[in-house]
Design a protein around this ligand. Structure first.
Ligand SMILES: NC(=O)c1ccc[n+]([C@@H]2O[C@H](COP(=O)([O-])OP(=O)(O)OC[C@H]3O[C@@H](n4cnc5c(N)ncnc54)[C@H](O)[C@@H]3O)[C@@H](O)[C@H]2O)c1
Ligand SMILES: O=C(O)CC[C@@H](O)C(=O)O
Length: 387
């Protein structure tokens, strides 16, 4: 029996994919796997039993990835599963920033009950007039699952789209319309675009990327959208640019004390992925990743260990070893099995940065004591025998 814990609301569409071999627990100490959305794990002391963490979503800056890897905990995310939900809200954000729809709706609410509201509205509506997005230039920073969808959608709405992503994946490249200008530096985006939208993860090199210097290079009256992470923008520099009007509007999915209620800022309470479809997609993908790892040892969509797939486990035990990526690990594993006279049916090893993963199918039904012996080898992080 496996135990899982949910630290946030995870859609039933996903949780229902757990078989009767899985039981929900409220205690992390007893959990084999944890599912979460935005809950922070940075202060968490991880229990020995925990094997997997699945982030039902894309961003993993709420999880200490290295720390988890050192403890032999595989962390997964659900790439692309909520991208359409975010794309739709980004398009809505561009429209909300271009025309004072929010101001207009508030005006109507304030005049509710007035007999001649229709007539007054016709007189007053010029206060809420705006501009169209067709023909304007949009810069998309980060052409991953969301950035590509936003870029293509904006193109269909008649915008001229510039995209920047020095690390773009082949999949993203295939999905990106050839009509998008693929630019090689951020300066071009800053200098050319009327709208700029951020779709990069919060990493050491992206945190604070929108600072005074970046804002200074942008066109006067630019509209900036941030549905990625608040940390990408230096708030004091942003406020300065908003006060001078250099940045005309900032649309963000991340409320902060400094921005909530401020003029020229549209703050949404992190609703990018809050659609039935995105929540269901993320939960389904997260549960499938956990089941595949716990039951077969296969890793798909990990963000701290290499992906690795040996197919469905057969009737004999499968040994899985999470370890540091250093020389002679496989030699030590196979020597240990050879000493016990155990033949290897299949073996695979994959590495990613400082970490690696080895899966071994053995031609023997007796695996007693093997986990204990393998665990003693230096640089081994976690050993599992899947029976
Ligand atoms: N508002 C929401 O609810 C919501 C939902 C999903 C994701 N997000 C955020 O959006 C981010 C992007 O999501 P995604 O699903 O598109 O992820 P993704 O991994 O598919 O795409 C991220 C892209 O950013 C690119 N990138 C990385 N560093 C870069 C840099 N320095 N400059 C330019 N490009 C760079 C990568 O190459 C990749 O193509 C997530 O990391 C998350 O923080 C927010
Ligand atoms: O779970 C959510 O609601 C938000 C998820 C989003 O920020 C993500 O990074 O995928």
């Amino acid at each position: 029996m496996y135990q899982y814990q949910c630290l946030n609301a995870i859609s039933e569409a996903g949780l229902s994919l757990f078989s009767e071999d899985y039981q929900r627990t409220e205690e992390m100490a007893g959990a084999d796997a944890v599912l979460l959305r935005s809950a922070s794990l940075h202060e968490t002391v991880f229990p020995e039993k925990l094997k997997a963490i699945a982030r039902a979503g894309a961003g993993v800056n709420n999880i200490p990835l290295e720390d988890c890897a050192e403890k032999g905990i595989v962390v997964f995310n659900t790439p692309g599963a909520n991208a359409n939900g975010v794309k739709e809200l980004v398009i809505a954000g561009m429209l909300l920033a271009s025309r004072d729809i929010i101001g207009g709706i508030e005006w109507v609410k304030a005049h509710a009950g007035e007999e001649n509201i229709a007539k007054t509205a016709e007189k007053q509506k010029k206060m809420f007039a705006g501009q169209e997005i067709e023909g304007k230039k949009l810069g998309v920073i980060g052409l991953g699952a969301i950035g590509v969808l936003v870029a293509n959608a904006a193109l269909h709405l008649g915008m001229e789209v510039y995209g920047y992503d020095p690390y773009m994946s082949v999949d993203s490249a295939w999905n990106l319309s050839r009509h998008i200008h693929h630019v090689k530096n951020l300066e071009t985006i800053y200098q050319e675009c009327d709208y700029i939208t951020l779709h990069v993860p919060a990493l050491d090199d992206t945190k604070g990327m929108i600072d005074r210097e970046a804002a200074g290079q942008m066109k006067d009256g630019v509209i900036l959208l941030n549905f990625a992470r608040d940390l990408l923008v230096k708030e004091e520099d942003l406020i300065e640019a908003l006060e001078t009007g250099h940045i005309r509007k900032y649309v963000t999915d991340f409320p902060t004390a400094g921005l909530a209620g401020r003029d020229h800022v549209i703050v949404i309470p992190h609703l990018g992925a809050s659609t039935e479809e995105s929540e269901d997609n993320c939960a389904r993908m997260a549960v499938r990743e956990i089941r595949e790892y716990l039951e077969n040892g296969n890793i798909m969509n990990s963000v701290n260990f290499p992906n690795c797939d040996m197919g469905k486990k057969g009737k004999n035990p499968r040994i899985t070893v999470l370890h540091h990526n250093v020389p002679n690990m496989i030699g030590q594993f196979t020597a240990l099995l050879a000493k016990r006279g155990i033949n290897i049916a299949d073996l695979t090893n994959k590495s990613r940065g400082r970490f690696a993963y080895t899966m071994i199918d053995i031609e023997d039904t007796d695996s007693s004591g093997i986990a204990e012996e393998l665990s003693k080898i230096e640089n081994v992080l976690k050993v599992r025998i899947i029976l």
